[in-house]
Design a protein around this ligand. Structure first.
Ligand SMILES: Cc1ncc(COP(=O)(O)O)c(C=O)c1O
Length: 424
């Protein structure tokens, strides 16, 4: 007999002795790096920014890296690098953070969504070719939840249709595809250094590429359109449209310190991922994350899915998911807020971009761009049944004790899904 669910007044599965810790744990080494940055005189694009670029490029296996102030900025730089412009179309996934699609509009181009694969929750390469039009300029695959996309299939389509590939690796530092780190396979890539990421700077981003000319076109955006490295001598001339996307020395110093530990923290994140996976294996009605052969997640996220609603449930799967998330929370299991499909966001449904319907009303844009959600049945199904274990639950410095507590709570709820009450 299972114990009564906490949401119905039973005891919590996760005892008061378990205190989940917040990611990331700040180390003495981090403090040393940041203090040293403060104590030198260049707090703008200072020596830590330059060193971070070199060290990340070397760690990831890229020739060039530019340190920006967000992953969104790094993605935008990728679009500029690939000469995506007014009315051009960029194919991306239906399931990601909003920036994966809105970055395309920052360059007056049009996001075209392709539904995801049910198992991996990543862009389905089998559906990409049907979305290509004469206006398609690039594919922007997202290694969502830290799992690499099927890059061989994507690169093959890109070569066939002469398209650029901009990898959104914002969540995927150290994830590998056939042994290669993500961000080294497409024409360029973006990483985020937001606090939630396996490598963080509080906020920040990294734009990487291997082709020098392409890299320079992207980097120019970062410095008011000046075609020069931010640390080089300036001529105060904007050669094209530019933004101010540079990072600054303090966050870069922190990021450098985190980079030194990244292999070790990624290994710990993976240890927690594997422990969760093993501990939840065989739980009825629970679909575990799928990691295809030769594609290794960096342990960024752990997302479980409900396979079906119990016979006594009167309502939709989305309502059930909400009720299960509340039951898990009542047990003390940290779960993250549910996400919506990207094209379902108002900015796409209302096509309200820059006002006056731009960029969709721009004369260069194809007029029949549709964001009708009926085109993305897999995404809606995934969104309706997914529950993400919160980062500040499964990520280090949490370890075996906390992970075992999560397993206990999830098992308790999933073993009696027919007891889960409707959310009030
Ligand atoms: C997949 C993905 N793309 C892009 C971004 C944007 O990165 P940032 O928040 O650093 O701008 C994020 C951030 O969460 C992300 O998860």
């Amino acid at each position: 007999m299972s114990e009564k669910l906490a949401i119905l007044g039973g005891p919590k599965a996760v005892g008061e002795n378990i205190q989940f810790k917040v990611w990331p744990k700040v180390t003495k080494e981090d403090e040393k790096f940041v203090l040293a940055s403060l104590r030198q005189s260049n707090h703008a694009f200072g020596p830590n920014c330059v060193a971070l670029q070199e060290e990340f490029a070397a760690w990831n296996g890229n020739k060039y890296c530019a340190a920006s102030n967000s992953g969104t900025a790094a993605l935008h730089m990728g679009l500029a690098a690939c000469e995506v412009g007014c009315g051009d179309e960029v194919i991306t996934t239906t399931l990601s953070w909003t920036s994966s699609a809105t970055c395309i509009m920052h360059h007056n181009a049009i996001p075209v969504f392709v539904d995801i694969d049910w198992d991996t929750q990543l862009i389905d390469p089998a559906k990409i070719e049907a979305a290509i039009t004469p206006k398609t300029k690039a594919i922007l695959p997202v290694h969502y939840w830290g799992l690499p996309c099927d890059m061989d299939a994507i690169m093959k389509i890109a070569r066939k249709h002469n398209l650029y590939v901009i990898e959104d690796a914002c969540q995927a530092h150290g994830a590998t595809y056939k042994g290669k780190k993500v961000g080294t396979i497409g024409h360029c890539a973006a990483f985020s250094l937001n606090q939630n990421k396996n490598m963080s700077a509080g906020e920040g981003g990294l734009f990487v590429a291997n082709d020098e000319k392409l890299f320079q076109k992207g980097r120019a955006l970062m410095n008011f359109g000046e075609m020069r490295a931010p640390e080089a001598k300036r001529d105060f001339h904007s050669y094209g449209m530019g933004w101010m996307y540079r990072t600054s020395d303090l966050p870069a110093a922190y990021a450098r310190s985190m980079l030194k530990n990244l292999d070790a923290t990624n290994a710990k994140a993976r240890e927690n991922y594997d422990r969760l996976y093993e501990g939840l294996r065989g739980v009825p009605n629970l679909k575990l994350p799928v990691e295809p052969k030769h594609r290794r997640s960096n342990g960024y996220a752990f997302v479980i899915r409900i396979e079906s609603t119990p016979a006594n449930w009167k309502g939709t799967m989305a309502e059930f998911q909400h009720a299960v998330a509340l039951a898990l929370t009542a047990e003390g299991v940290p779960v993250a807020a549910a996400r919506m499909a990207l094209p379902a966001h108002t900015v796409f449904q209302a096509k309200n971009g820059y006002g006056h319907g731009c960029p969709w009303t721009c004369p260069y844009t194809r007029k029949d761009i549709s964001y009708d959600m009926k085109q993305f049945p897999v995404t809606q199904k995934v969104v309706d049944c997914s529950i993400q274990i919160a980062i500040n639950g499964h990520r280090p410095p949490n370890g075996a004790r906390e992970i075992n507590a999560i397993i206990k709570g999830v098992r308790k709820v999933f073993n009696q899904l027919d007891q889960v009450p409707r959310a009030k």
